[in-house]
Design a protein around this ligand. Structure first.
Ligand SMILES: Nc1ncnc2c1ncn2[C@@H]1O[C@H](COP(=O)(O)OP(=O)(O)OP(=O)(O)O)[C@@H](O)[C@H]1O
Ligand SMILES: [Mg+2]
Length: 221
């Protein structure tokens, strides 16, 4: 899905959080979104997901402004993985249920999602009792299970150990290759951005710049 940001402005009180002139992210891109704490990365990504509106301007999704039907194609993974008060399996089933996918197909996809994230043993655990890293793995599995065209993730690897982080990166790249979905993920790791994406989005002082991830960040400031 192609994403265009057009004159997107957001302020809290007198403070201008950002003022993005025009940015086009072609369909099938894989982008790391970086910038200092408090720069507005979470606020921006949530707005792209339709959670909150800018004060001015907006977004075009394959050329069309926000409409309710987009929920079907977009997923947003929050900074702190949110788990429904149900089992892990039921959590992963939920996005499939709301999209009317039948029981048989659902079972196949849930099993595949659990296996891909190497968490089949968590299937029947109560999701609210999981550790931070376990919950992040489940949230990632739940985000991919319905094959979104636009995958938005806020620090998806923040609670993952080294091994889980490597698994996460390889699954993200695999998903991107298999589906050609547009993926944007927030990270504080320049190494992660270099490993995973061709283009980096740097948000600071209200402006966003795109650059190859191997460009030293100080050049962009
Ligand atoms: N509802 C709100 N009211 C007032 N200020 C807010 C509100 N939500 C966020 N902010 C402020 O906007 C700024 C940007 O917040 P945001 O969470 O988007 O930053 P971030 O780039 O994701 O930071 P981090 O790297 O720490 O996650 C922060 O200074 C935050 O305090
Ligand atoms: Mg944030």
């Amino acid at each position: 899905m192609e994403l265009i940001m057009e004159k997107v402005q957001k302020r809290y009180g007198k403070r201008h959080l950002f003022d993005i002139e025009n940015l086009r992210l072609p369909s099938g891109g894989l982008y790391g979104l970086m910038g200092p704490n408090g720069a507005g990365k979470t606020t921006l990504l949530k707005m792209v997901a339709g959670l909150g509106r800018p004060d001015h301007g907006g977004f075009l999704y394959d050329g069309i402004p926000w409409h309710k039907g987009l929920f079907k194609d977009i997923t947003y993974l929050s900074q702190k993985a949110y788990m429904m008060n149900a089992t892990v399996k039921e959590n992963i089933a939920w996005p499939l249920e709301v999209r009317g996918i039948g029981t048989k197909e659902r079972e196949i996809r849930i099993q595949q999602a659990l296996e891909r994230m190497e968490i089949p043993e968590l299937a029947d655990r109560k999701a609210t009792t999981l550790s931070g890293g376990e919950a992040q793995k489940v949230a990632f599995a739940r985000a991919l299970v319905f094959k979104p065209k636009l995958l938005l993730m806020d620090e998806p690897a923040a609670s993952l150990d080294k091994q889980a982080n490597a698994l996460f990166e390889s699954r993200m790249l695999q998903y991107h290759e298999e589906t050609n979905a547009t993926v944007i993920f927030i990270t504080h790791s320049a190494e992660q951005a270099q490993r995973c994406c061709k283009e980096l989005l740097w948000l600071e002082d209200g402006k966003i710049e795109a650059a190859p991830p191997h460009v030293p960040l100080q050049i962009m400031r």
